[in-house]
Design a protein around this ligand. Structure first.
Ligand SMILES: C[S@@+](CC[C@H](N)C(=O)[O-])C[C@H]1O[C@@H](n2cnc3c(N)ncnc32)[C@H](O)[C@@H]1O
Length: 350
């Protein structure tokens, strides 16, 4: 006999099964992913897109869609299509809709394989792929059904492959070599982005990241879809190796205006904690420094036999030398900066 309880997440209420978070739960709900869903809400509210047709192909309890319905600005949603192949999940979605007193003609619930659900649709302005493990299985159908100017949101939880624990799995699944080092999470995210873009390029769709991050056990990226051969060709020129990892995406991880708006609107949310606000703020800062990778200070100091200096002092010195500088959300004790390594070493020495 399974026990359930009702929890609050954002403005939604969800009935969830008690027990260890695993695929074995009758209906999957992971509280750690609340931030993933909060960022999706913030991003959609930040974009200028309105009257969107939304798809939640792997919906589980439906919490994500319920939050969209309760938290997105009024003019955002024309319709929302919620799917999960598990019959248990579909019952739970319906129950959670009742619990949240949502009766809306905008909502449709399906119980199909996600690829069939997507391919049988007429297309969407926002598709949120939040699978167990790799999103690969659902990329082709999502991209086929992604509208011009639409947003594809992708979560990957197979971070062990993407960040270098299993290089051969990464080669097989993502057609690139990862590296197990201090920038492994950024590299992994860039490898994932390239894979998504390559699938899209077949359909002459250019998918550019507007917001991305890596935290906890997952990586996440939101990409905007433009159509046209020239746009695709331009994207395909932005691949290369980075410190022996790759080929990977060397272009932008963020639209800096979007990153700043997300951090600013998070400050006004009553339910978001200080740690998460800080996380979003660091992303907003690093989005302003368009370089690939970052410097891990303890590693640089150790390698060059330098005494580490206080972070604030270092930031001041780098700014004073005329370079951009920010912390990075990818790793502790690390900075994102356009300062060349030799100058950074000189700055630490003096
Ligand atoms: C990680 S959970 C989704 C969590 C949910 N998006 C959230 O924010 O809480 C993945 C869900 O995908 C469903 N699923 C897995 N493979 C599927 C497929 N091929 N077609 C449809 N649903 C699938 C599972 O039943 C599970 O509920």
């Amino acid at each position: 006999m399974q026990n359930f309880h009702i929890i609050n997440e954002g403005r939604a209420k969800v009935k969830v099964a008690l027990g260890k978070i695993s695929k074995q739960l009758p209906v999957f709900y992971n509280p750690v992913m609340a931030l993933n869903r909060t960022i999706s809400v913030l991003l959609l509210n930040t974009l200028s897109n309105i009257k969107m047709q939304l798809a939640d192909p792997l919906a589980a309890s439906g919490v994500r869609s319920i939050r969209f319905l309760k938290e997105l600005s009024k003019n955002k949603i024309t319709s929302i299509h919620i799917n999960d192949y598990s019959k248990g999940a579909v019952s739970s979605i319906k129950e959670n809709f009742k619990l949240n007193k949502i009766k809306s003609a905008k909502v449709q619930v399906y119980s199909k394989d996600a690829n069939i659900f997507l391919l049988e649709s007429f297309g969407f302005d926002y598709i949120d792929l939040d699978p167990f493990g790799t999103p690969n299985l659902f990329l082709d159908s999502s991209i086929k059904r992604l509208a011009r100017n639409g947003i594809l949101a992708v979560t990957a939880t197979d971070t062990a492959s993407l960040s270098g624990t299993f290089p051969s799995a990464c080669l097989r699944k993502y057609w690139a070599l990862p590296q197990r080092n201090e920038t492994m999470h950024e590299n992994g995210l860039r490898i994932l982005i390239r894979k998504i873009q390559l699938i899209a390029s077949q359909y002459e769709k250019a998918l550019t990241p507007v917001y991305s991050y890596s935290t906890e056990h997952y990586m996440r990226v939101f990409l905007r879809c433009e159509k046209g051969k020239k746009k695709v060709d331009k994207l395909l020129k932005q691949y290369g190796m980075f410190n022996d990892a790759g080929p990977l995406w060397l272009g932008q991880l963020w639209d800096k205006a979007i990153a700043q708006k997300i951090a600013d609107s998070a400050k006004k949310l009553p339910y978001i904690n200080e740690q998460d606000k800080k996380f979003l703020n660091i992303i907003a800062q690093e989005s302003k420094i368009p370089v690939v990778g970052f410097y891990n200070l303890p590693k640089i100091c150790k390698k060059n036999r330098l005494t580490i200096i206080k972070q604030d002092e270092m930031i001041n010195r780098i700014k004073h030398a005329g370079y951009g500088i920010s912390l990075t959300h990818f790793a502790p004790n690390s900075i994102r900066s356009d300062i060349p390594l030799n100058e950074l070493i000189t700055i630490i020495q003096n």
